[in-house]
Ligand binder design. Structure first.
Ligand code: B12
Ligand code: SF4
Length: 463
């Protein structure tokens, strides 16, 4: 069978793809899982190739027997359009990822969806391609003579070390970068044991946290293409198991991988704040950036979203990471229950004072599969005419504390407030902290890279 795996494009307007472009790990992992079967698999990442209009996609899809598409809630709109195009050509459609897993009834509503893989995809996809009887494939939803069937759930994969390696050869390694430094993604664990009320990871992974062994993680790092300089661990909670993190750091240094790569990961603030020795070891192993879901600085909101940490931990974590030469990418939610605009501004000012380096804000969004979604539905917060298939990443609902438009305005203003001060960025304390601190060795390396590359390109153009 000929199968085209598609990663849909980011929503227009985010501009994200220009400054960072990540390899589609879900698809690489699926392709790796069926590599030994006799099928032809191709990956089309629409974040890399912008030349695809409707006609070109249709021409491409026509050549395959099936398309498999990763679908997040925010890409659902585009995914549906791709499915419609596929159906016009009689090509089977299979969706996987967070949105169809947590809202599988979309298969009943949209006839262009033939099948949904709910939850982890490796085994389900393999059994489907291996011609196992469709009614025996756990985790699959499909149509049988026009009637929708949802097979029972598939239990979580027990030992992640048994998974095949992602097939990184299926995409061009040159196309992926974070701020134009060649980048790749590696997964070292799955799931999260916490239960933040806005997060769909808990339900997707049945509240479980599973890890790959340190040696397997090193092997995955060694599996990335040769030209890569920056690796992002996509785990929701990379540093939860401290002993494992220390072991990974030790192996990174033993294999001298910290000389070859810079690393970034997602962590919880309390995890880092409580473990200064671990942060020190991570920095020594080449971790230069942590992504923190800080969400708010109002204790009552943190409690209400079940974050289970305090403002004191947020401060400690930021100071600690900076002390160790790491930059902070902080994500915040605007519109938290119990917060008004004054609370939002307090958070934003505090983050500027604490000098977090990169800030991202998102409107409070009731993603399907979360306790927040249930609360929003029970209280009729979601407007009757709202449809996920039309969602454009903007604020979804009024909350008892703020209106939908107030939330969205604050999101827009937060970016202007944080990033307006280019002078502050370039000449302020932040840049001095980076230039004169030997712990920020990597910054000079990256700056040198930009400078030499920029000059080379400039002279080549003159030529
Ligand atoms: C890395 C990542 C990103 C990268 C994307 C890189 C890329 N090209 O993949 C970046 C940083 C760009 C990003 C951006 C965003 N992200 Co993001 N991201 C993640 C993260 C941390 C890891 C994804 C990953 O690679 N996992 C590893 C792979 C192996 O697992 P997987 O993707 O789940 O795939 C498995 C299954 O889902 C299934 N599967 C998936 N696709 C398919 C397809 C088929 C055909 C089949 C059969 C199976 C299948 O099989 C796979 C193997 O088991 C997840 C959280 C998480 N832990 O998954 C959030 C997550 C997916 N992101 C999320 C969000 C909200 C966003 C943003 C909207 C945030 C924002 N406001 O900017 C943007 C939107 C980006 C977009 N596509 O439009 C949410 C999605 C919520 C939802 N309901 O859709 C998540 C779950 C985070 C969260 N905790 O809420 N993200
Ligand atoms: S927000 Fe982070 S800590 Fe909370 S449940 Fe989701 S992944 Fe876990």
């Amino acid at each position: 069978m000929k199968i085209l795996l598609i990663y849909p494009p980011f929503q227009i307007g985010m501009g994200m793809g220009k400054v960072m472009c990540s390899p589609p790990l879900s698809l690489l992992t699926l392709a790796g899982a069926v590599k030994d079967l006799d099928h032809e698999i191709e990956i089309l990442d629409l974040n890399v190739d912008y030349s695809y209009g409707i006609k070109k996609i249709q021409k491409k899809i026509e050549q395959y027997d099936m398309v498999g598409i990763t679908c997040m809630t925010n890409t659902f709109k585009v995914v549906l359009n791709i499915c419609k195009i596929a159906k016009k050509s009689g090509v089977k459609t299979l969706l996987g990822g967070f949105h169809p897993t947590l809202q599988p009834d979309i298969i009943e509503k949209f006839e262009c969806i033939d099948m949904i893989c709910r939850g982890e995809g490796e085994e389900t996809f393999r059994e489907l391609l291996d011609d196992k009887p469709i009614n025996k494939i756990l985790g699959l939803s499909y149509r049988d003579n026009g009637k929708v069937v949802h097979n029972p759930d598939r239990p979580s994969i027990k030992n992640l070390d048994n998974l095949s390696y992602p097939d990184n050869s299926l995409i061009p390694s040159n196309s992926y970068h974070y701020l134009w430094v060649k980048a790749w993604v590696v997964e070292s664990s799955r799931g999260c044991p916490f239960k933040c009320n806005f997060c769909c990871v808990t339900k997707f992974h049945h509240g479980k946290y599973r890890v790959k062994s340190p040696q397997r993680v090193i092997n995955e790092i060694l599996n990335v293409p040769n030209n890569v300089k920056f690796i992002f661990f996509v785990d929701d909670n990379f540093s939860l198991n401290h002993k494992r993190v220390l072991h990974i750091c030790e192996l990174i240094r033993k294999n001298r991988l910290h000389k070859r790569f810079m690393f970034a990961c997602q962590s919880r603030v309390d995890d880092l704040a409580n473990n200064p020795d671990m942060v020190k070891e991570m920095a020594k192993a080449g971790f230069i950036c942590v992504f923190l879901g800080i969400e708010s600085t109002k204790q009552m909101s943190l409690n209400r979203m079940n974050k289970q940490y305090t403002l004191d931990k947020i401060r400690k974590c930021i100071t600690l990471c900076h002390k160790n030469g790491m930059i902070i990418f902080g994500a915040f939610i605007i519109g938290n229950l119990g917060e008004n605009s004054a609370d939002v501004w307090r958070t934003l000012h505090m983050m500027k004072e604490l000098e977090i380096d990169i800030m991202m804000t998102n409107p409070l969004t009731p993603f399907p599969g979360t306790p927040l979604y249930d609360e929003a539905v029970a209280n009729n917060w979601i407007p009757k005419d709202f449809r996920w298939e039309k969602w454009d990443l903007t604020a979804v609902m009024n909350t008892p504390d703020m209106s939908r438009s107030e939330i969205q305005d604050l999101v827009d203003e937060s970016y202007r407030f944080f990033y307006k001060d280019i002078g502050y960025f370039i000449f302020g304390k932040r840049i001095l902290r980076v230039i004169f601190n030997p712990k920020f060795w990597w910054f000079r390396k990256v700056a040198f890279n930009y400078l030499t590359k920029g000059l080379t390109e400039f002279f080549l153009k003159l030529d």
